[in-house]
Design a protein around this ligand. Structure first.
Ligand SMILES: Nc1nc2c(ncn2[C@@H]2O[C@H](COP(=O)(O)OP(=O)(O)OP(=O)(O)O)[C@@H](O)[C@H]2O)c(=O)[nH]1
Length: 645
């Protein structure tokens, strides 16, 4: 603890000092020179102090007439407390205004009053000091701020403005940087000067950062520091704006949990202190904001639009074997942050519960019986469904190696115990963002999958459309040429035979002219069906264009005769076919040119050209026939047709 030296400030007259009479009271009580009637006279000369004593006696101002006599009041309140109260109240009366523009004097005292009332109420849980003493100390716990505003009005206005702009920079740090002294050091010096016991001075000195006190957690000073810290948070909540309340309430619940108050009893405590604050405010003529009940504030937070959006989003699995910590974290997570919480006592129970509820976040303690947090993390990560769960480890370890071990096991983040509510909220916010990112990634992935599937279908359709003849729905010229090129390459590589047939409908122009184009189309379709139905396995075919079709034969094309017989069979099939269009039977014939791959041929084009020559020959030979191009010669296949049954 660093106590400011205030000797010079006192003599300079800049330091806020209670009026002379209060100082006399203080000095004479120090020397045990005071009689009860001295104190009585002093109090009677100070109406506000009298009213305050009345209030402290009866708790509610409406009953102030219950005090039978001033002496009774002094006896019942306790002499030391009367003295401390006298100092606090006289300072409050004297410093309602001041020259520091940035310092809100009335709010400072409203805050001090709430802190005093909270300390008094909390004091009932400890027997270290009397509630009266705690009340007076609560009132004076931040007197250093008033002192700095009084001594350095301009500089303090700047300091407060900077702090307001960026509350993350501590007020003490700003004061130290600018004035080489901070309010806690000055408060400590002034309290010592007011004869406040050292245990209280020390507790007040560390009330903003209890962990920095270095007191052991079980010690009396630490219990007091914790109470002053909590009382300050209560007072901060009392003066905070609606938008700041979420964070403050969650922090208060955690702090209340540390001294064994669950959210219900904390709410009752706060409401009772609030009622007293309102009535004290009237006595001391201070501006006291009207606050809703604690439970109402909690309710408003959970249903605020911000929180409601988060609320449905997160399913939290809380794993903690220590019942009070579990209940506390549960209360903050559900009542304040609005998440849905499931709880487990150990890793094993948590793992089977996780399988059931599929949590978005797992918040797990490290040290637990049966299965600890580390083993649970590894088990979750090993399961397919546990890979994307956001895991936060609660730990008392701050050792780098142990933290690294936790990350290696698969945790996403860690929070050190005792839980600091701001850090906890920030970590949960990160988890929430992670969850949102993951959801949008999953949505994108599903979207992409669907898109890829649709694209594949579209591509298939496009390819089919690009390779299919729209009228006859058989492969078109392009598909036929691709198939021919493939067959040619295979045959060439393997030294296998390959043949092509060009099929052309005879006098098709005449059909069009006689029956119309639509009938011509119908005939084309029927021929396409016949060709398809007569194709052997492994053979391919297409419509080359107009009334011409191509067939590529790989099977059964070992020799000219077998190919020509196949062509002849097709020719006969079509010739025998009666196509009925609009009840009119129509008979058609076809001519076919056949060519077989010969050793001299170097490309599939040459093979098709040879078939074309054969087709030309068939047409010239009178149509309705099959011609073969073989060894540079054109052969009429009639001679083989006789062999067909
Ligand atoms: N209905 C219809 N007619 C078509 C189509 N494509 C081409 N044609 C017609 O087919 C006819 C082909 O006539 P030509 O090349 O003179 O042949 P052809 O009348 O069959 O005589 P040859 O082949 O010598 O027996 C033309 O009248 C084209 O208009 C089509 O998709 N539908």
């Amino acid at each position: 603890m660093k106590i400011a030296d205030i000797t010079q400030l006192k003599t300079s007259g800049f330091l806020p000092q209670p009026p002379e009479v209060a100082l006399t009271l203080l000095a004479s009580s120090r020397e045990n020179e005071m009689t009860l009637s001295d104190i009585g006279r002093f109090i009677q000369a100070n109406p506000t102090l009298s009213r305050c004593l009345g209030q402290r006696m009866n708790k509610t101002p409406t009953h102030s007439h219950d005090i039978t006599s001033l002496s009774e009041a002094i006896f019942r309140v306790d002499l030391t407390a009367v003295k401390q109260l006298a100092i606090g109240i006289s300072l409050l009366e004297q410093y309602q205004h001041g020259s520091c523009k940035g310092f809100d004097y009335p709010s400072f005292w409203s805050h001090a009053l709430l802190m005093a009332l909270a300390m008094e109420a909390l004091g009932k849980t400890t027997r270290i000091c009397t509630p009266d003493e705690l009340f007076a100390c609560g009132l004076l716990a931040r007197i250093g701020c008033l002192a700095l505003a009084t001594i350095y009005p301009d500089a303090y206005t700047d300091i407060l403005a900077t702090h307001k702009q960026d509350p993350s920079i501590s007020l003490s740090l700003l004061e130290q940087q600018r004035l080489q002294i901070d309010h806690n050091q000055l408060t400590a010096a002034m309290l010592i000067d007011f004869d406040i016991p050292m245990i209280l001075v020390e507790s007040i000195y560390y009330h903003e950062a209890p962990m920095e006190s270095g007191f052991s957690e079980e010690s009396h000073p630490f219990q007091l520091v914790r109470l002053f810290h909590l009382a300050k948070q209560v007072a901060d909540l009392g003066l905070s704006s609606e938008s700041e309340r979420t964070e403050r309430i969650s922090e208060l619940l955690l702090l209340g949990g540390n001294i064994g108050l669950d959210s219900e009893s904390f709410g009752d405590f706060f409401d009772q202190v609030n009622v007293e604050w309102q009535s004290w405010g009237k006595i001391l003529n201070l501006p006291i904001p009207a606050l809703p009940s604690f439970h109402k504030m909690m309710g408003m937070l959970v249903t605020s639009p911000d929180n409601a959006a988060d609320a449905s989003a997160l399913r939290v699995l809380l794993v903690e074997d220590e019942p009070s910590s579990r209940m506390l974290a549960e209360s903050v997570l559900t009542k304040i942050l609005g998440h849905t919480v499931f709880s487990a006592n150990d890793g094993k129970q948590a793992f089977s519960l996780a399988m059931e509820i599929m949590p978005h976040i797992v918040i797990t303690d490290w040290l637990m019986p049966t299965m600890d947090g580390l083993e649970l993390t590894k088990a979750l990560r090993a399961a397919d469904w546990g890979k994307n769960v956001y895991i936060i480890m609660l730990t008392s370890f701050e050792d780098d190696e142990q933290i690294a071990e936790a990350f290696e096991a698969g945790v996403n983040d860690y929070v050190t115990k005792p839980i600091d509510i701001r850090a906890f909220r920030a970590r949960l916010r990160a988890a929430w963002h992670y969850r949102k990112l993951q959801e949008s990634w999953e949505r994108d992935r599903a979207h992409l999958k669907r898109f890829a599937a649709e694209l594949a279908v579209t591509n298939r359709k496009l390819r089919h459309a690009a390779l299919t003849d729209t009228l006859t729905e058989i492969p078109n010229r392009r598909a036929g040429m691709e198939a021919l090129a493939g067959a040619w390459n295979t045959a060439s590589r393997a030294g296998l035979p390959i043949a092509v047939m060009l099929v052309d409908i005879d006098f098709f122009k005449k059909i069009n002219d006689t029956y119309g184009h639509a009938v011509g189309d119908k005939i084309l379709k029927e021929v396409a069906i016949s060709i398809r139905d007569n194709t052997r396995k492994g053979d391919t075919f297409c419509r080359m264009g107009g009334e011409e079709f191509l067939m590529v034969c790989q099977n059964g094309s070992k020799d000219a005769q077998s190919v020509c017989l196949f062509a002849e069979r097709l020719r006969r099939h079509i010739k025998m076919k009666t196509i009925v269009v609009n009840e009119t039977p129509i008979r058609i014939t076809i001519s076919i040119g056949v060519a077989i791959k010969e050793a001299s041929m170097t490309s599939d084009d040459q093979l098709v050209n040879a078939a074309d020559k054969a087709l030309y020959a068939a047409k010239n030979g009178g149509r309705d026939r099959v011609c073969l191009f073989l060894d540079n010669q054109l052969v009429d296949c009639d001679k083989w047709s006789a062999t067909l049954s």
